[in-house]
Design a protein around this ligand. Structure first.
Ligand code: NAG
Ligand code: NAG
Length: 188
């Protein structure tokens, strides 16, 4: 079953790659853009302050992993509601919030599985984007987009989170959105 599916997927990719882009596709120029899809690329900054916008809800397994500024014990459940702004400066314009939870998933305490809903209030684009994926505490991580609401309905793609500032009580992440809409989701 699995090998068959694999070949079907490959065949589909070959067909997609060889078909010319359709005329009525509106798309922003981008290096990442698959042929024939509307796409949107932008980035914001997420600010997380321990015991203010982010809290450890359940402690992980004691003795697993060294507890430091960048690690949490295996199994730690963390919840957050973080503001997102236009620049890395917390005083810059607020454009959204990221609400979610993460569970420490590697024994060394450096990686977690994250679930988040990012609500954005942008000019022309209001709604939410939901992501699920693995996060590395000190390296950039790609999170698959699982869907969206409002102006982000039917959205696909990835949201990349990269640590910018890990020292101090507030940690800052750069959040890059690489969003794509499948052809059936486009307004005619
Ligand atoms: C956050 O709160 C917990 C529980 O009160 C406390 O143990 C921890 O030291 C606090 N962390 C910081 C960085 O203030
Ligand atoms: C952040 O923005 C505020 C308000 O615009 C400004 O006063 C402050 O100097 C900025 N901080 C940094 C570190 O750039």
């Amino acid at each position: 079953m699995a090998p068959y599916l694999h070949y079907t997927a490959l065949a589909l990719l070959v067909i997609l790659a060889s078909s010319p882009p359709s005329d009525h596709v509106v798309a922003a120029p981008s290096h990442h853009r698959p042929v024939g899809m509307k796409s949107l690329h932008f980035s914001f900054f997420q600010h997380e302050t321990i015991n203010k916008t982010g809290y450890i809800i359940v402690n992980g397994v004691p003795g697993k992993g060294v507890v430091s500024q960048t690690t949490t014990p295996f199994g730690t459940i963390f919840a957050f509601q973080d503001p997102m702004t236009v620049t890395a400066n917390r005083s810059s314009k607020l454009v959204g919030i990221a609400e979610g939870t993460s569970i420490t998933s590697s024994l060394d305490g450096l990686r977690s599985i994250s679930i988040a809903k990012i609500t954005l209030d942008l000019k022309g684009h209001k709604g939410s984007i939901s992501v699920v994926g693995g996060t590395h505490n000190i390296k950039p991580s790609d999170h698959p987009v699982v869907g969206g609401t409002g102006d982000f309905m039917f959205v696909q793609g990835t949201v990349t989170s990269s640590p910018v500032e890990l020292e101090g009580l507030t940690v800052v992440y750069k959040i890059e959105f690489h969003l794509y809409w499948p052809p059936y989701a486009m307004k005619t």
